[in-house]
Structures are given as C-alpha cells and as structure tokens.
Write a protein that binds this ligand. Structure first.
Ligand SMILES: NC(=O)C1=CN([C@@H]2O[C@H](COP(=O)(O)OP(=O)(O)OC[C@H]3O[C@@H](n4cnc5c(N)ncnc54)[C@H](O)[C@@H]3O)[C@@H](O)[C@H]2O)C=CC1
Ligand SMILES: O=C(O)[C@H]1O[C@H](OP(=O)(O)OP(=O)(O)OC[C@H]2O[C@@H](n3ccc(=O)[nH]c3=O)[C@H](O)[C@@H]2O)[C@H](O)[C@@H](O)[C@@H]1O
Length: 450
C-alpha cells in the first residue's frame, strides 16, 4: 500500500518506518524542514533502539522517503496517518491546532478517495472535527471527494517503540465505514500473523480507549506510589508488597513499580486531558484528579528525603545524579522527574553533577543555560566520574548500567557512602552491609526514630 504519515516525531517516524518494513511504500511528511533535511541525510531526530536500522534499510530499499510537501505525498497515496503532537493547553485540554491544520491541508489538496487515520491522542469527538475541517475545505474548492476518518490510537512506549509497534498487544481501530475497515484490516494483517489482535469499535470508543489506557496505567503507578509512601511510615519494605500483590494474576506485576513519579510527554498530558474532558461534561473525575495530585507530590519526594537528611540549605553540597531522561531507553526529558528535582536542588543552593547515557543533548535543550554557565549543573562523561567528591548519589532513571554498579568503587568516590534511589534499584540490606546509608521509595536501611 502507499501511505503518507504526517508528523515525524516518536509516533510518526516509528509508524512510517515500521509500515515500510512490512513492504508498504511510505512518505513521512513534516513541516519542520530541518528535521526532514536531517532525515534525508540519515540523521534521526530521536533516540529509539532499532529505529535507525529500519529507517536506513527502508530508505535504501526506496520504500521510505521524507518530504515537507503534503501535497506531493497526497497525490501518491490513499491512506494518510495524522501523527502530530497534541500538547496540553494551559487549561489541561489537548491542543488540537496541529491535528486540525493537517486536516485542512488534506482538504486543500485531496484529489481522490482517501482514508484519514488519526494516530495522535485526541479527545472524544475529534474525528468529527477532522471530518468537518476536511469537508469545509472540499466545499470551498467546490469539489465532492469521498473520504473516511478513522481513529487508530497508538500504544507504543518510548524506548521500546519499534518492538511495541511490530508486536502490538492490540490494534484499536475506530471506524464506521466498511471500505475503511477492510483497508485497515488489510494494512495491519502482516502484524497479526500469530493471532488476531485487531479490535474494531466506534470512532468515539477508540478515542476514549487511548485515554482510558494511559489513565489506567498512570493510576497503577500513583496507587503503588501511595502504598510506598505509607510503607515508609509503617517501616515496611514496599518491594515485598509489590511482589506480594503482583503475584495475584488479577493485579499483575506491570506498572506497579514505585518511583519518583511518572513523566514523559504522555501520561502527565493525557491524565490532564481526560480530567478536562470530564470537567467539560460536568462530571467530577475524583480518581483521576487524585492520580495527578499523587504524581506531582511524588516528583518532590526525593528532594524531601534530601532535605530531611541535610536541612533546607544545601549551599556547599554537591550531588551526583544518575539519569535525566524520563525513563530508560530514550533521550526524552519531557516532564522528567529529574527536572523537578534539579530545580529544587539548585534553588536550595546545591550543585549537581549529572550523568545520563543518552540525554546529554536533551539536557542542554530542556534545562536553563544559566545552570551550566554558573556551574550549578555539570554533565559528567561517565557514571563514576559523576560521583567524585559528591555528598551522595541520587538515582532518578534506572538505565541498565546503573543496576549493578561497582559499590566498592562508589564508596571510594563519594564523599559519604549515601544513596537516594528514586527507582528502587538496590537492596537496602546489601547496601547496608557495604556501608551505605540508603533511602529508596518506600524502603530504606535507616531506622526511623520511633
Ligand atoms: N511519544 C509517544 O511515545 C507517544 C505519543 N502518542 C501521541 O502521538 C502524538 C504525536 O506524539 P509524538 O510523536 O511524541 O510528537 P512529537 O512532538 O515528537 O512529533 C510531532 C511532529 O509533528 C510535526 N508537525 C506538527 N504540525 C505539523 C503539520 N501541520 N504538518 C506536518 N508535521 C507537523 C512536528 O514538527 C513534529 O515533528 C501525540 O498526540 C501523542 O500524545 C501516542 C503514543 C505514544
Ligand atoms: O501514550 C503514550 O505516549 C504512551 O505512554 C506510555 O509510554 P511512555 O510514556 O513512553 O513510557 P512508560 O514506560 O509508560 O513510562 C511512563 C512513566 O511512568 C513511569 N513508570 C512506569 C512504570 C512503573 O511501574 N512505574 C513508573 O513510575 C516511568 O518511569 C515513566 O516516567 C504508555 O506506556 C504507552 O502505552 C503509551 O502509548
């Protein structure tokens, strides 16, 4: 099939590359000329394991190309994916400006029957607005070209994006036309060879499914974080509790890892947007509001632990920070817990030496230049260099090389053998035996005063 994917971010580029890998001819379009120029030269805008290989392979095979011209791409294909951003407005609702811009562009240039597939995460009812925007442009041109609008939300995770796209748990298609349903079934058939995982439903149900999935996952995280905070007060190790509840198949082990809060470009934004959707129809989403509030407090937790140890004034202290990205496997720092922590530490007068295996460039883009200039924040070249002379290590992102570090070497490099672990990577007892004071999330080897 000939496909056009509009937007070459995490979702658009992975979608385009994976469909090309399955033998389709794909044009990826973006308004960002630099991004497209770089892609044409083989430079990817994001770090995503495995992506570079399939992009370059499919470009060489001439199944994948990049363009800034939607008009040219439209002429060649008949299925168009919209995969542009839907960032939050100041009131938390999803900003649909980019989605509707693309819809209007499609209406301006459409010349034959087409299926417009919305992959961006959008509030219930957006497909209808996309349909109206396209129809208005066609009407302005005085032409009557049939088209269908389909909702096909994306569930990939950053850091595993290619694997998730290639082996999806399910593919949701919201659709109310037989022609579009048959085309979508055909398009995804290559991903379903083992067993059918294509779920058809109404367009509105598909839009809602995306928000409900992200809100459910965020709820699991905020729930376990609440339990972890309670464990801390009751002198219970939350890791035992996590294993204890995860072994119940009705609960499961996934997404119940306690930590210093969820970040990224999606959970924070999508929880806000679903809350806003509820508010807009006069419904009070008590659970979702609590999920968001818990997460905001959770992002402050590591700083709280540090203040409890050293007091409010951190002048003269320097901390080593491992991990800047919002999760391992990505260079994305959007809404990362590291940013909240850095803001608090630097405002309290501390200096930080941070190390992240891939997010160095993202750090310069996301964080104030003044921090680097003043020396408040220094980026180290490796994880051990960051520790030299630091008062303590703070772990924020659980990159694999941080999981089994050389504790003996760490003990020699740090000023004090002290670890604050925002992702519960280490065993408090073992660290205690190695001479470290250790505070995780809902676990520690320091006895609280009675
Ligand atoms: N990042 C992720 O892991 C996931 C994101 N999503 C959703 O997918 C959507 C896209 O997210 P990302 O890929 O992260 O966004 P992104 O911000 O990485 O990329 C969006 C791209 O769209 C381009 N763009 C904007 N307006 C355009 C236009 N009129 N024509 C052509 N290109 C245009 C931008 O230049 C940018 O390159 C969002 O709704 C997001 O919630 C869904 C699942 C996973
Ligand atoms: O809509 C989206 O954009 C995507 O959002 C999430 O994917 P992503 O944000 O890339 O990453 P996750 O692995 O879900 O992690 C999100 C955050 O939750 C945190 N997390 C995750 C799991 C857990 O048990 N505990 C926890 O604190 C991570 O550290 C990270 O900060 C969803 O997992 C994807 O299914 C969805 O498509």
């Amino acid at each position: 099939m000939q496909l056009t994917v509009v937007g070459t971010g995490y979702v658009g580029l992975v979608t385009g590359a994976c469909f090309a890998e399955m033998g389709n001819e794909v044009t990826c379009v973006d308004i960002d000329e630099r991004k497209i120029e770089n892609l044409k030269r083989g430079i990817l805008p994001i770090y995503e394991p495995g992506l570079e290989t399939i992009v370059s392979g499919n470009v060489s095979a001439k199944r994948l190309q990049f363009s800034t011209s939607l008009q040219d791409a439209l002429a060649a294909s008949d299925v168009y994916f919209i995969a542009v951003g839907t960032p939050p407005n100041t009131d938390g609702s999803a900003d649909l400006r980019y989605v509707l811009d693309v819809a209007r562009d499609i209406g301006r240039y459409l010349s034959h029957y087409a299926i417009i597939v919305d992959k961006s995460t959008v509030p219930v009812g957006t497909a209808e607005r996309v349909r109206e925007a396209i129809a208005a442009e066609l009407q302005a041109r005085g032409v009557d070209i049939p088209f269908d609008v389909v909702s096909n939300p994306e569930f990939l995770k950053e850091g595993d994006a290619v694997a998730d796209f290639m082996r999806p748990d399910r593919v949701i298609v919201g659709c109310d036309s037989d022609t579009a349903r048959d085309r979508m079934r055909d398009l995804y058939a290559t991903f379903m060879r083992n067993h059918e995982r294509l779920l058809f439903m109404s367009v509105r149900a598909a839009e809602m499914t995306k928000y409900a999935a992200n809100a459910m996952l965020a709820t699991k995280i905020s729930f376990i974080n609440e339990i972890a905070n309670l464990c801390e007060r009751l002198d219970v190790d939350v890791e035992s509790v996590r294993r204890g509840i995860g072994s119940d198949s009705r609960i499961g082990y996934s997404f119940i890892y306690p930590g210093c809060g969820y970040g990224g470009s999606c959970f924070p934004k999508d929880v806000k947007a679903i809350i806003r959707m509820a508010d807009d129809c006069g419904f009070e989403p008590v659970v979702l509001k609590a999920v968001e509030a818990r997460n905001e407090q959770q992002k402050q937790l590591l700083f709280g632990h540090i203040v409890r140890e050293y007091g409010n004034d951190l002048k003269g202290r320097r901390f080593a920070l491992w991990g800047l990205a919002f999760k391992p496997g990505t260079d994305d720092m959007r809404e990362a817990s590291s940013i909240v922590l850095l803001n608090a530490l630097i405002a309290a007068g501390a200096r930080v030496t941070a190390y992240d295996p891939v997010a160095t460039q993202a750090a310069h883009a996301e964080l104030p230049e003044s921090w680097f200039k003043s020396g408040a924040l220094v980026l180290a070249n490796d994880q051990y260099q960051a520790l030299e002379g630091a008062d303590a290590l703070i772990l924020v992102t659980e990159w694999k090389p941080f999981r089994h570090p050389d504790f003996e070497r760490m003990g020699r490099l740090l000023k004090e053998p002290r670890i604050f672990d925002g992702r519960n990577q280490y065993d408090p007892q073992r660290l205690g035996e190695a001479g470290f004071r250790y505070t995780g999330i809902g676990r520690s080897n320091i006895r609280q005063p009675e």
